[in-house]
Each structure stands twice: as structure tokens, then as C-alpha cells.
Ligand binder design. Structure first.
Ligand code: SF4
Length: 174
């Protein structure tokens, strides 16, 4: 594999960007800066290698389409943060883990295997243009009671990414 060098200032810039963008939205970088920066460097290498910021802890399928769910931030970050307080790679942690400097532990892989991902994709393509039954949606719809931000996901986020209200200010909307 071709060796890619990333100038230290580029890693530092990405680290600072992700840290400042994330905090107001409830996403914190690992308090262990060494880990966070090495993951930022790996993201930049992947961007150069594949053309997109592939998760540093997962293998590329060889196409952006096949990698879509694991372009950082991946589809699995938020469920991992809610369940374990840290994402699969350890780049993102919750506010509690960050402020209390709780040591992070390995997180089990929740990404479905290739076959399941293909089946899910086919199902999505088949259902994409079908009218939706509002009483039978694939995810509950949550509403932030402070600003009205709406999201469809298994659990409300830890912090509203728009107004910063906490998890317990969300109510089930549909
Ligand atoms: S596991 Fe973490 S570092 Fe990897 S893609 Fe997901 S959010 Fe990014």
C-alpha cells in the first residue's frame, strides 16, 4: 500500500475543526489527544487514499457507495455513543466521558455484515418511492421540545445539535 504522509499542521487543523464544531452539538473528541490526533491523521490519509474520509477502523469496499455508512462520522457513531459513551474507533466520546476523562473501552462492531447491508439496501430501494404509512415508520420520530428540531432515529441524541437542549428534553413526536 502506498505510503501517505500528512503534514502535522493538517492533522492539527482537522483536530481543531472537529473539536470546535462538535462541542456545541454534543460531540466531543477523545480526551486522550494522542488517540484523537492519530485518528484525525488516519482520516486525512484515507481521504487522500480513497477520496473520502473512510473510518480509520474499517476496510474500504473499494467504492464510495459501498463505504457510505462508514464515512466519518459513520452511521453507527450515535448509537455507540449512547450505549458505550465512545464510538467504535474512539474518536468521539460523550460529554460525560470527556469531562470526567473516563478511560474508553473497546466497542463491539455494530455494522451489519456485507450480506445484510446488501439486503437492507435492496429493501430501501424497493421502499424508497412507496408512500409511507405514518403509523408504521422504520424509526420513531423525536422532537426537541425547546427548538422543534425533529429527527427519526432509535433514540434521541444526547444533546440537540441545534439548540443544545439535553436528551431528556426530547419527546416522541410520531
Ligand atoms: S467509528 Fe468513530 S472514527 Fe470511525 S467513522 Fe465512526 S465516528 Fe468516525
Amino acid at each position: 500500500m502506498e505510503k501517505i504522509e500528512i503534514p502535522p499542521n493538517e492533522t492539527e487543523d482537522l483536530f481543531n475543526k472537529l473539536a470546535s464544531q462538535g462541542q456545541g452539538r454534543g460531540y466531543f473528541l477523545n480526551h486522550n489527544e494522542k488517540i484523537a490526533k492519530s485518528l484525525c491523521e488516519a482520516l486525512l490519509k484515507n481521504k487522500k487514499r480513497y477520496g473520502h474520509q473512510l473510518c480509520p477502523c474499517r476496510l474500504s469496499t473499494g467504492s464510495r457507495e459501498g463505504d457510505l455508512d462508514v464515512i466519518c462520522p459513520c452511521d453507527y457513531r450515535d448509537p455507540d455513543l449512547l450505549e458505550y459513551g465512545v464510538c467504535y474507533c474512539g474518536l468521539y466520546v460523550t460529554k460525560k466521558v470527556f469531562t470526567e476523562k473516563i478511560p474508553t473501552k473497546p466497542v463491539p462492531e455494530r455494522r451489519p455484515n456485507k450480506e445484510t447491508r446488501l439486503i437492507n439496501k435492496q429493501k430501501y430501494m424497493e421502499e424508497k418511492n412507496q408512500p409511507k404509512d405514518i403509523n408504521n415508520l422504520p424509526y420513531p420520530v423525536m422532537r426537541c421540545s425547546v427548538c422543534g428540531y425533529i429527527c427519526a432515529r432509535a433514540e434521541a441524541p444526547e444533546v440537540c445539535p441545534i439548540c443544545g437542549a439535553s436528551h431528556d428534553r426530547f419527546q416522541r413526536f410520531i
